[in-house]
Design a protein. Structure first.
Length: 403
């Protein structure tokens, strides 16, 4: 099959992304919501903490009763009992009394300070306090962290472990969020072998689908890799029809994808993009669920670049994340390089902050060594289709490859 030429990369990406809509949101249990995107703003239903608590383990006292305490003339208080974190009965502090209190325990009514044990003689019946205390010393007041109705998280925010913990404290058991996209990857080709062997003539390890699956997982997706399958169109159709309903997007890789896909899925359109590395890519929807299918070249290095340009933005759109594209910065080249006219080249690079501001960028190996070059890179350098020579010191765009 001959792929039609798509002269403009930006137009192609815009067309693909326009056809993709964010996944429907659900009430996800807390631990299932990690790395998901919130679909609504969340507010506190009450103050946090809901009551005054001791910040440290010590003695709950009324600060006025120990205001004049000194080592020579300690204040004397009766030890009434102990208050632990699990205490729930309302307790009032009597005059000239104190409670032994645990860190995080509710403060008794009438107490406004928690004094550390080393300020006292740690008496069991009568306590000698040798230093004065100020109101609210070592006390966390109700509503200190947030007030009732205060915003806790915004729509579009990614659920991190810290945010999840804060929401658990606020009383949430489930969160309105879009689930992480389900991605299924598949390497297609008679010559492909699963990992665990060394490539030999006629049998090539399918590194590309492993790269795809790992990159998708690092991009907050739920990614699963299927065992390689040959070029037979009917076997391929059976495998894809069976998995289309289980995935939010299918990502395929192989050297002859267009020839294998076109006979059974004419709705998948292939385009030859003016990019390097790259070449022919495909996109369409299949099955009753109209699951998106993305087709990429079979080279592992080219697949990684294709993932960054096309797959990752689609995953972020499905997840409801914004922006969908990598952040780009301008950087000065540390060495001269050449590129082919009429092709937008993406080359692995090391991006460094420059003292005084700005960035420098050092190209890494490409071509047959592309995957090795990507191993040591933190950026993808972009050379426009009009650039044939970029001298040292010239400024280029670089996509930052952070998570």
């Amino acid at each position: 099959m001959t792929a039609s030429v798509q002269p403009n990369l930006a137009e192609y990406l815009a067309g693909v992304l326009t056809s993709v809509v964010p996944l429907r949101s659900f009430q996800l249990p807390l631990l299932d919501a990690i790395d998901s995107v919130l679909a609504d703003d969340l507010t506190a239903s009450g103050p946090m903490p809901a009551y005054d608590v001791a910040e440290i383990a010590g003695y709950a006292v009324c600060s006025e009763e120990v205001a004049t305490a000194t080592p020579q003339r300690p204040a004397l208080l009766s030890v009434i009992g102990e208050i632990g974190v699990a205490s729930w009965h309302p307790i009032r502090l009597p005059m000239r009394g104190c409670f032994v209190i645990a860190a995080g325990a509710p403060l008794p009514a009438g107490a406004d300070s928690v004094i550390p044990p080393d300020w006292t003689d740690q008496g069991v019946v009568t306590l000698k306090v040798r230093r004065p205390s100020a109101p609210e010393l070592n006390v966390v007041r109700a509503g200190t962290e947030c007030a009732a109705g205060e915003a806790l998280a915004a729509q579009g925010e990614v659920v991190t472990p810290a945010l999840l913990g804060q929401l658990a404290l606020a009383g949430f058991a489930a969160l309105p969020a879009r689930p992480r996209p389900r991605v299924i990857t598949l390497g297609i080709g008679d010559e492909l072998a699963d990992a665990g062997v060394i490539s030999t003539p006629g049998r090539v390890v399918d590194a590309a689908s492993y790269v795809l699956t790992a990159a998708a997982r690092q991009s907050f997706a739920q990614a699963f890799r299927l065992d390689t399958i040959g070029d037979d169109p009917q076997r391929l159709k059976s495998a894809l029809d069976d998995n289309a309903m289980r995935a939010d997007v299918l990502v395929l890789t192989g050297l002859r994808l267009a020839d294998a896909i076109a006979p059974v899925y004419p709705e998948v359109e292939f385009r030859r993009l003016p990019v390097s590395p790259g070449g022919v890519v495909g996109f369409g929807r299949i099955g009753s669920e109209q699951t998106p299918v993305i087709c990429l070249p079979g080279d592992a290095g080219a697949v990684y670049v294709g993932f960054e340009l096309l797959v990752r933005p689609v995953l972020r759109r499905l997840a409801g994340m914004d922006p969908v594209f990598r952040r780009s910065v301008r950087a000065s080249l540390t060495e001269s390089l050449t590129s082919s006219a009429g092709v937008r080249e993406f080359r692995p690079a090391v991006l460094r902050s420059r003292r005084g501001g700005g960035y420098t960028v050092t190209p890494q190996p490409g071509g047959k060594q592309l995957l090795r070059g990507l191993m040591n890179s933190n950026g993808l350098m972009v050379l426009g289709d009009h650039i044939t020579l970029a001298p040292r010191g010239s400024v280029v765009d670089v996509l930052q490859l952070d998570r």
